[in-house]
Design a protein around this ligand. Structure first.
Ligand SMILES: [Zn+2]
Length: 327
């Protein structure tokens, strides 16, 4: 009963419930500060190439998750590491056909942390636990699969570099399953749970910020991420506003809302929405930019500077279309 009450309180937005995440495999080197032992580098070889962010090709290529090194292998060198849910949640999606995705075989779990809808993604698996069904509840620490090297890319992932690709994501648009097949008739049957509709934050930073001790509130954690740029949008409802009501900032006067200004990380995750009663610009438009943050982490190039100032890049327009599409 006490547990039940605690659970209900934790579902309310902005209540103080410490988020205590487990690690997705036996590899705990991250929390011991041993990055060499934790991250699996790409063929580039640098430890950074296994990290989240502008970590690849000299900082020019974005990596949306972390690559966790394999610890246990059988005689043939095939990985054996158990992959586990980092928190209580429910099975949102399983892709059991590795040939359909560069994630290979993957599983997505849905969570609600301090009122915030969020997903964890576990990719390149050798196997997904057979008993798992869509919608099924999973407990923190429960085995959900085995680490592997599955992918559909031409070059593949060699057995020696088998790893868990792990993401902490936000689902962008509940209409993605309508938008994407129109654009790509050969779209894989992933519905809304296509990687293109999932935008992440740094899982390693989050795993380090939680751990056994700190009283981390996830809604506040997300709100503390750095805003790299803001975009002014027409005041038309779009799914994100329903998915993340916790981000909508209060309005202090009765003036009509003429735009939404969204604050976005360099990686493309909105972290705040301000209803605006003045816009004064053509919508959508880039309103504010943190040039230092973009210089550090701007490899996703959602915004660019041209002779008109800062604008959305072609990639940025596509990002915005995925975020705001309503049929
Ligand atoms: Zn990866």
């Amino acid at each position: 009963m006490v547990m039940m009450r605690l659970l209900l309180v934790c579902l309310l937005p902005f209540t103080a419930c410490a988020l205590d995440l487990g690690l997705p495999t036996d590899n705990d080197a991250l929390r011991r500060g041993d990055n060499e032992a934790f991250y699996q580098p790409t063929v580039e070889g640098s430890i950074e190439s296994g990290m989240f962010g502008c970590a690849r090709r000299g900082g020019h290529r974005f990596h949306e998750g972390i690559d966790v090194r394999c610890l246990h292998r059988d005689k043939r060198g095939e990985p054996l590491d158990e992959v586990r849910a980092v928190a209580d949640g429910a099975v949102a999606f399983v892709n059991a056909k590795p040939g359909l995705s560069n994630y290979g075989r993957y599983i997505l779990l849905a969570h609600r942390w301090d009122g915030v809808e969020v997903y964890t993604l576990y990719a390149h698996l050798a196997e997904v636990a057979a008993e798992l069904k869509l919608g099924q509840a999973v407990a923190k620490g429960q085995r959900i699969g085995t680490l592997g090297h599955s992918t559909n890319t031409k070059e593949g992932i060699p057995r020696e570099r088998a790893h868990l690709h792990f993401e902490v994501d936000f689902l962008f648009n509940t209409n993605f399953h309508i938008w994407y097949p129109k654009r790509d008739p050969k779209a894989p049957p992933f519905g809304n749970f296509n990687g293109l509709n999932l935008y992440g934050i740094d899982p390693a930073a989050l795993l380090l910020a939680t751990g056994p001790n700190p009283k981390l509130n996830f809604a506040e954690y997300v709100a503390r991420q750095t805003v790299a740029f803001t975009v002014l949008l027409p005041p038309k409802p779009f799914p994100w506003l329903k998915l993340h009501p916790e981000q909508i900032q209060p309005v202090h006067n009765d003036a009509a809302i003429v735009a939404y200004e969204i604050g976005v990380t360099a990686w493309g995750v909105p972290i705040a929405v301000w209803p605006r009663s003045e816009a004064g610009k053509r919508l959508p438009s880039v309103a504010r930019v943190d040039e230092a943050e973009l210089a550090r982490n701007g490899c996703r190039t959602l915004v660019q500077r041209d002779k008109h100032g800062w604008t959305l890049s072609q990639h940025g327009h596509e990002w915005l279309e995925i975020l705001t599409y309503t049929p």
